[in-house]
Ligand binder design. Structure first.
Ligand SMILES: [Zn+2]
Length: 301
């Protein structure tokens, strides 16, 4: 179970806007907010989000620069905050150079990084869902961007969030970590994988550990979750236990998977040794930190 401090500090959470689930359906109210000079726009695209120093930029747009449809993020102290897609076709003026979300998360406060993630993930979904998955007709934005509707067949489409389980498995004195071939030399992290249809989160944890390491995990315990806007995942973190059998990478996803001693992992967290760990913006690092905080070193370590 996550402590309050872990939850409060998780990057890409902490959006403070009121998302206005009811009033956003009122087209008259929405049009007035959209054209009000006090409206502000958060600009994001596939390459990141526009920043203003150590905050997300809140742009004032001229009437001629407004996006075709309002995508309302919410109200900030009564002032409407909309999203504008930097990659929209026909955008007349370049609004600025975006900062990649991972870099933004390292710079911004938790609430500002949460706003960046919210805008980027919502805009990415709209950008990639212009057509209906049922009848292939063009879809339109409704509910101020909270969903899309297909005028041809009436289907209603909602923004996707794909659940991914991410887990740190421990055995007495040891932590199971894996690495992808594309990562920098020496970098290892928690195992992870998408949840399959007809599967609980706990079942996904056990299956993924079996597929990626041929290790039988048991007792999956929920830790915390994190929106991961690359482009629209929700990382659901677990700890689990296992016997310290030799792991074998099996499904071709991982280049290597192995048990590290608690001592090695603690040294890596302190910046010592050759083992590289995920950055502090990732729930993977929080999972690893929490695992070695409670795991005693092995008697021979
Ligand atoms: Zn349709």
């Amino acid at each position: 179970m996550a402590g309050d401090s872990i939850f409060a500090a998780m990057p890409f959470t902490g959006v403070t806007l009121d998302r206005e689930v009811t009033r956003r359906r009122d087209t008259g109210w929405l049009a007035a907010r959209f054209r009000d000079p006090s409206a502000r726009f958060v600009a994001a695209g596939a390459d990141g989000v526009l920043l203003d120093g150590v905050s997300v930029a809140r742009l004032a747009l001229d009437p001629g620069e407004l996006p075709a449809d309002p995508i309302l993020l919410g109200l900030d102290d009564g002032r409407a905050v909309f999203a504008v897609d930097l990659d929209a076709p026909g955008r007349q003026r370049a609004l600025g150079e975006p900062t990649p979300l991972r870099d933004a998360a390292a710079l911004l406060s938790v609430a500002e990084a949460g706003l960046a993630a919210y805008a980027a993930a919502l805009l990415a979904w709209h950008r990639t869902h212009p057509f209906c998955s049922r009848c292939a007709g063009p879809t339109v934005i409704v509910e101020a961007g909270a969903s899309r509707r297909c005028p041809c067949c009436g289907a209603h489409h909602f923004p996707r969030t794909d659940p991914v389980v991410i887990m740190v498995v421990t055995a007495p004195g040891h932590v199971l970590l894996g690495r992808h071939a594309r990562w920098t030399h020496g970098r290892y992290s928690a195992l992870a994988g998408y949840v399959s249809p007809g599967e609980s989160l706990e079942e996904a944890v056990v299956r993924e550990v079996r597929e990626e390491a041929m290790i039988e995990a048991r007792d999956p315990a929920y830790f915390a979750s994190q929106p991961w806007p690359f482009p629209g995942s929700l990382m659901v973190g677990f700890h689990a236990r296992a016997e310290p059998a030799p792991p074998v990478p099996r499904d071709g996803e991982l280049e290597d998977v192995r048990w590290f001693s608690v001592g090695e992992v603690r040294a890596a967290l302190a910046g010592r040794g050759r083992l590289g760990l995920p950055p502090s913006i990732a729930i993977a690092r929080r999972l690893i930190e929490a695992a070695v905080a409670v795991e005693s070193p092995a008697p021979d370590a």
